[in-house]
Design a protein around this ligand. Sequence first.
Ligand code: G6P
Length: 610
Amino acid sequence: MCGIIGAVLIRGQVAPLIRQSLKRLEYRGYDSSGIATVEEGRIYIKKDKGKIDDIHRRLNFDLLPGVIGIGHTRWATHGPPSRSNAHPHIDCNNRIAVVHNGIIENYQELRESLVDRGHSFLSETDTEVIPHLIEEALQTTKGLDQAVGKILPKIEGSYAIAVLDTSGTSLVCARKESPLLLGLSNDGFYCASDVPAFLPMTRQIIVLEDEEIACLTTQGATLYQLSPKGKLFKLPPKSPTTVQWTLDMAEKGGYPHFMLKEIHEQPRVLRDTLRIKKAELQKFAEVMNNHQTICTVAAGTSYHATLASRYMFSQIAGRFLHSVVASESPEIIDTSLGDEAVIIAVSQSGETIDTIHAIKDLKRQGCTILVITNTIDSSITRLADSVLYTQAGPEIGVAATKTFVTQLACLASLSICVGEITGKQTHEEARHLLEELNQFPELLQSIIRNQESIVKETAQHYVAKPSFFFLGRGISRATAMEGALKIKELAYVHAEGYPAGESKHGPIALVEEGFPVVFVAPNDRTRRFILGNVMEMKSRLAQIITLCSGDDERLAELSDSVIQMPSNLSNAFSPIGYVVPLQFLAYYAAIQRGYNPDQPRNLAKAVTVL
Ligand code: G6P
């Protein structure tokens, strides 16, 4: 998740304005930044690794000349943070500069064919193919807008781009599945990933739709529809809407808290994560398959993702995984594992000291280390033999939400890949599982749309209860544990996440009239046993809150409160969907109890002490 901005001013100097806008987009990524401007037939670029203020102190962005410019703040996806990987990127002749937010899935193929045609590349990014493609297109088309239109159908994946060239008369921007807005004012015309970039300049906004292109000049913004063949059809002018948000609200996308914004972002980041290249998964999967023992190490919410993955790997790939809490790893993992074992370390931040210690220790023992993280260049990546990156973008709320579903998506994709290698899944079956997995972004969208207000009411109903159980069987045990962790972290309510089948061996002793028990009960092969557990709790007069399939009438009938989930949601990956209402439950319980869910007491986003 990066931030982009483009501006065409009627007068003045654009660079200081772009720098300040980038600063307001820094929450979208902050590992490198850059600005390009154009004046008198020449492109000027300043960019580097690091935060915008530090780079500005060294390079002074404000000295860049001209009234047209583009800027970028990066959250690295392809290629580590470095000066050469920082945007803007240019063509061979330094005549075109591009900033991009998104992921180009076919960049490898595009890059190889461009290299064959004599282009030279300066970075490891996927973005750099764009200026080179435009460079070629400009040889046969008239104008930057036509050239951009011509190349976009070649790009698979997602993009929001802003492009300028040495003609110095216009700035062209376009989007597909990555956000891009236009801002209109009396002093200039802008495009940016998000509203905060514009706020001091304008509140007049136009939302650019997928496959629309805008050409900004000092005269205004012209919008085009892009045809599948790359032709541009002029659109009638759109009337802008006025945003009323304060800067603080705008940074949170209009939501009152980052956590709520991040819950709502889940469909999109999930889609981005599911775009991970098959070749990268394959590499991981082969290493896993070549080892006798597979252990996962992780902490907190990441540990719950690994716990869910045990069920995926055993049922889909026929491989048993040992899931170890990172801080326990030195005590529990046999020192004789050596090179027979592969360790999958999962960490959102890549900085959790427990996880880092565990893998240092295991590395010394000769284990192979595979890492799944959300943070490029984090400490954990330097200890890894191979790394997979989730594509959640920066998560600001302390409680993990969107990073959890992206970790699950990575692990689910891997389990399918390993399943195909081990032969537990035929090619056809693996393809079918992948199709099921790829339905989740849309399913999450519908869960968010249909369940948020219901869960909010449920939270209201139970808010005064001092203690909860969250129970689930099979893979839902992990979902239940994550649900309990969330409400503990945010609403400071005692909650136990437990395997439902185990609840009769102790926890049930606490149950008396009105005790709330949340059941995570998808319609999978554990459901008939869950029914029994529900009855056990009911007969002790517990209040039953059930998350179950929308068509599960029996469970709905037995429950005091029901949260209905889409009945077509794949059981193999159910935590990806079932966790969402539990995130809402914790969020709204915290709000109703008067706590700030973004900054829960005593907790930190990355825990760097043992
Ligand atoms: C902290 C955070 C949790 C997170 C855990 C592990 O406790 O508050 O949200 O799950 O660390 O963090 P990691 O970055 O390793 O996933």
